[in-house]
Design a protein around this ligand. Structure first.
Ligand code: MN
Length: 252
C-alpha cells in the first residue's frame, strides 16, 4: 500500500500551507471562525526576529478582537507593517550609538530636544513606537462605556460630565488636521485635559502625562471607515476605550 494515500505529499502540504497563509494575509474569516482568536501574519511572534533593542510589542489581544470598529485586516497591517517599520527604523537609527542602551522614553525626549535632521528623523520613528505601544493598550475588546472611581470623578470635575468630555475628546481628535493623535492627558497639578498632536508628537515632550490615546492617522481607520474619521472616533470611545488602562495611568 502506497503511503502517499495516507499522507499528503510535501507538495500538497506546501499548497495547503500557502492557501492558509493567503487567507490569513487577506484578513479573511468565515462566519464560523470570525470570533476565534488568531494571530495575524505579521506579529513579532511569527517572524521571531529582533531588529535591535527596541522591540515590537505583541498586541494584547487577537487581531479580530476589536471588530467591527477596527477590523482584523486594519489591526494586522497597522501593527505588523506600520508599527514594525517605526521599530525597525528606530533600531537602525540608534545602532552603534549610546542610544542603544537607553529606554525608549529617554530616546524620544533626547531626539525631541535635538534640532538637526538626524534627531528629527529619530524622533518621528521612536515617538511613533511609543505612541503605538500606548494606543494598543488604550483599546480593549470589552472597552467603552464609562470609566469608574477616581477617573470618573476627575473627568466630571474637569469637564462637567462624562458626556461633555466624550464630546470634547471626539471633537479634538476628529479636528486634528491631517495625521496625528487625540489624547486624554493629565497636566501638572492634576487637571485633566484633551489635546491633539500632529504626526509623531506626544504629550510626554510637552510636560503632560498621557492617560489614553486614539490614533487618527488614516492608516488607523481608512479600510474600515474610509474618510469618516468622526464615526471611527465616536465608535472608538463608545466601544473600545480602555478605561482600566487610563485609570492606571492617573497620577495619585
Ligand atoms: Mn498608527
Amino acid at each position: 500500500m502506497s503511503h502517499s494515500l495516507a499522507h499528503p505529499s510535501p507538495d500538497r502540504r506546501r499548497l495547503l500551507t500557502g492557501a492558509a497563509a493567503l487567507v490569513a494575509a487577506a484578513g479573511l474569516s468565515s462566519s464560523a471562525s470570525a470570533r476565534e482568536p488568531r494571530r495575524g501574519p505579521f506579529t513579532s511572534q511569527d517572524n521571531g526576529e529582533r531588529s535591535g533593542p527596541i522591540t515590537l510589542m505583541d498586541l494584547p489581544y487577537p487581531d479580530n478582537a476589536l471588530e467591527p470598529v477596527v477590523s482584523a485586516a486594519t489591526l494586522s497591517f497597522h501593527h505588523g507593517k506600520h508599527h514594525k517599520a517605526y521599530v525597525d527604523n528606530t533600531n537602525a537609527a540608534i545602532k552603534g550609538t549610546d542610544r542603544e542602551a537607553q529606554p525608549l522614553e529617554e530616546i524620544v525626549k533626547l531626539a525631541a530636544a535635538g534640532s538637526d535632521e538626524k534627531s528629527r528623523k529619530l524622533f518621528n520613528n521612536a515617538a511613533q513606537v511609543w505612541n503605538h505601544d500606548f494606543y494598543w493598550k488604550s483599546m480593549s475588546a470589552d472597552g467603552g462605556g464609562k470609566p469608574k472611581g477616581d477617573l470618573l470623578a476627575a473627568i466630571e470635575r474637569d469637564f462637567g460630565s462624562f458626556e461633555k468630555f466624550a464630546e470634547e475628546f471626539a471633537k479634538t481628535a476628529t479636528g486634528q488636521f491631517a495625521s496625528g493623535w487625540g489624547w486624554l492627558v493629565q497636566e501638572d497639578g492634576g487637571k485633566l485635559a484633551v489635546m491633539a498632536t500632529s504626526n509623531a508628537d506626544l504629550p510626554l515632550v510637552h510636560g503632560k502625562r498621557a492617560l489614553l490615546t486614539v490614533d487618527v492617522w488614516e492608516h488607523a481607520y481608512y479600510l474600515d471607515h474610509q474618510n469618516r474619521r468622526a464615526d471611527y472616533v465616536r465608535e472608538w470611545i463608545d466601544k473600545l476605550a480602555n478605561w482600566r488602562f487610563a485609570a492606571a495611568n492617573l497620577a495619585g
